[in-house]
Design a protein around this ligand. Structure first.
Ligand SMILES: O=C(O)c1ccc(O)c(O)c1
Ligand SMILES: [Mg+2]
Length: 623
């Protein structure tokens, strides 16, 4: 089976921490980056031993720079330097050296000159049963295209010399991948994989700071892999990701994400490349929106939340037979308010304060989602259930919250609830529109892969939103019929509202839940009658809306009077209104969509500024 590998440069930490994280995620092999070794406190033999203990093969040592096409005396120096690295490789126990194309101003061009250098190096490597792979860097001085690197390798015509193909260097400059088909698979010594978001940036900075795992960026890595498959290549697939967030993040989590992205890529390539498939991945389930959303609170907060929910037109429809758990309903929206003093919800309340501790998703087959999630290394969750209670399959999601999966069997999640009689009336709120989660900026790529890999969610373009105290990145993931939408918000500025939710208000999690309605003006009028009050929006905003969109005066008056925000997208119109923030932790949004697909990004900065005025000043410590 194809070996799964990752380059140590992709992770944070010291070399031994990286290796342990790589092994525990389940990789078979690593590329040891020279810098990780140079800066490490133990020698190559110790590293070889550690890799042996961890069952990790070292599939390459890299990089060896500025080798080919040098004039004397550098040329001779380079051969001597290579011999020293061969010594090191033998101690490490790896047989492959990666040489990346020369970037030195001293380098001389000429395909045959480079080929001659490689032939001679091949002779030296072969004496020690070592191999050398040549990789075209996209910014190489004379060689920056894999087709030229292959031509040099072809002319070197030595069994110990092969080519190394890196998806970034081929795809980022936009080189066609078709030409790979002419390279015999056994002359490809290593395949490196990286994705990247589309950016207008010089290619060196783009590669060194913004690479990501396949599936997290915009490059057609699948097409690259399909071209590799056609060559018959059977060596390792190695992730090589230079990324500032990965360098700063958790090595263990990044390694798991890497493996997850490889499994997803392999799955995408099947059945064209069956030798890749380790364990078959269960098909993506079809999601059908949220079954219920569970809030963890204590007794006092349960009362306050109940008041707010009643103002929004929710009715208490159920009471758990044996637990301090209530059910609140409106339209298709089901909310569960849990104020138990033990169990998962309680520990969530203790660590995060009042807020959403679990989201139940309706799917066509919960068993298959769980299988898929487990293969993709998601953390499953089990909680002891009482006699007769339903056990709902779950995995851990953002900020320690849970994702439950409900299918036909799980439709009975409410069997443990006694019905509470309530007035029958028309519901203003229809369904959950979207759920917004705040997270550290560093974790956004990880959760993006989580949602798009495990569920049938696709990402929309990332948005940048101005908070009064910094930028917020916003990334939506939605399913096909838009019955399920998550909005992931992350900020690396530490005084923006999403950042403060995380640092001061108890960690990542659901920052708001939005509900759809048929008629926002009628809904808001009803809610006001019940005592609801909404986030204040400045007059300046409405003056601008008036200037931009020629709205009828009565509509403008209603928007202003009700603190409703407005956006337009082609012929589509969007209306949104926000509650005040509940206990500095979360809030609700009510939206009306008229042929509108977005989330009101144009208004998000206005909302963040309004909320920033409501919460404590950013500089005041919590007491
Ligand atoms: O950025 C670099 O220098 C570099 C080094 C080695 C590689 O394999 C690579 O793709 C890039
Ligand atoms: Mg590379």
């Amino acid at each position: 089976m194809t070996k799964r590998s990752i380059a140590t440069v992709s992770l944070s930490g010291a070399l031994d921490e990286k290796l342990r994280a790589i092994a525990s995620a389940g990789f078979d092999a690593v590329e040891i980056f020279e810098n990780d070794l140079l800066s490490f406190g133990a020698g190559p033999r110790d590293i070889a031993m550690l890799c042996g203990d961890l069952n990790l093969e070292i599939c390459a040592f890299q990089p060896f720079r500025d080798f080919e096409g040098m004039p004397e005396p550098q040329r001779s120096r380079n051969f001597a330097r290579a011999e020293r690295k061969f010594d090191l490789m033998q101690e490490l126990g790896t047989d492959l050296l990666l040489i990346c194309s020369n970037v030195s101003p001293a380098a001389l061009g000429g395909i045959d000159r480079a080929a001659d250098d490689f032939r001679e190096l091949g002779e030296r490597a072969a004496k020690r049963s070592l191999r050398v792979g040549y990789e075209a860097l996209a910014w190489g001085r004379h060689v920056n295209d894999y087709r030229d690197a292959w031509e040099i390798v072809r002319r070197a015509d030595h069994p110990a010399i092969g080519v190394i193909l890196d998806s970034f260097h081929a795809l980022a400059p936009g080189f066609p991948v078709r030409a790979m088909a002419s390279i015999p698979g056994d002359k490809i010594f290593l395949v490196q994989l990286a994705d990247a978001p589309k950016l207008e940036l010089d290619i060196l900075s783009w590669s060194r700071h913004f690479r990501s795992f396949p599936g997290q960026g915009d490059l057609p890595v699948g097409e690259f892999m399909a071209a590799i498959a056609a060559t018959g290549y059977a060596g390792p697939l190695s992730l090589e990701i230079f990324n500032d967030q990965f360098r700063a993040g958790s090595a263990v989590q990044t390694a798991v994400d890497g493996l997850r992205s490889l499994i997803l890529l392999e799955d995408q390539l099947a059945p064209d490349w069956p030798k890749l498939i380790g364990e078959p991945l269960a098909p993506k389930p079809k999601s059908r929106g949220t079954g219920f959303i569970e809030f963890a609170v204590n007794e006092t907060k349960a009362g306050e939340l109940a008041r707010l929910l009643a103002q929004l037109g929710f009715r208490k429809t159920g009471k758990h037979r044996s637990k301090a758990v209530e059910r609140w309903s409106q339209g298709k929206v089901e909310l569960v308010v849990n104020s138990e003093t033990d169990g998962f919800a309680h520990s969530h309340y203790v660590t995060h304060g009042p807020g959403v501790c679990a989201i139940a998703l309706d799917v066509d087959n919960a068993g298959l989602v769980m299988q898929r999630a487990e293969t993709l290394k998601a953390r499953t969750f089990y909680q002891p259930v009482g006699p007769g209670e339903l056990e709902i399959p779950a995995i851990h999601g953002v900020g320690g919250s849970l994702l439950y999966f409900l299918d036909q069997a799980g439709k009975n999640w409410d069997t443990d609830f006694e019905q509470v009689p309530s007035d029958a009336r028309a519901d203003a709120l229809l369904a959950v529109d979207h759920i917004a989660q705040s997270m550290p900026y560093d974790e956004m790529l990880s959760w993006l892969l989580f949602y798009t890999g495990i569920l049938d969610l696709k990402r929309l373009p990332q948005m940048e939103i101005a908070d009064p105290r910094g930028l917020v990145q916003s990334q939506a993931v939605i399913n096909g019929d838009q019955s399920l939408r998550f909005v992931l918000n992350g900020s690396s500025a530490n005084r923006t509202l999403p950042a403060r939710f995380i640092s001061e208000f108890f960690g990542s999690g659901v920052q708001h839940v939005a509900f759809t309605c048929r008629d926002i003006f009628a809904a808001v009028a009803e809610m006001r009658k019940r005592g609801a009050d909404f986030l204040d929006i400045p007059d300046n905003y409405y003056d601008d809306v008036e200037a931009k969109y020629d709205l009828a005066p009565e509509l403008m008056r209603q928007l202003r009077a009700n603190h409703i925000l407005y956006d337009r997208e082609g012929d589509g119109e969007f209306f949104q209104v926000y509650t005040h923030i509940f206990d500095e932790r979360f809030f609700f949004e009510i939206v009306e969509r008229r042929d509108y697909q977005g989330f009101g990004a144009a208004n998000a900065g206005i909302r963040l500024a309004a909320q920033a005025r409501e919460v404590r000043p950013a500089s005041m410590p919590r007491v």
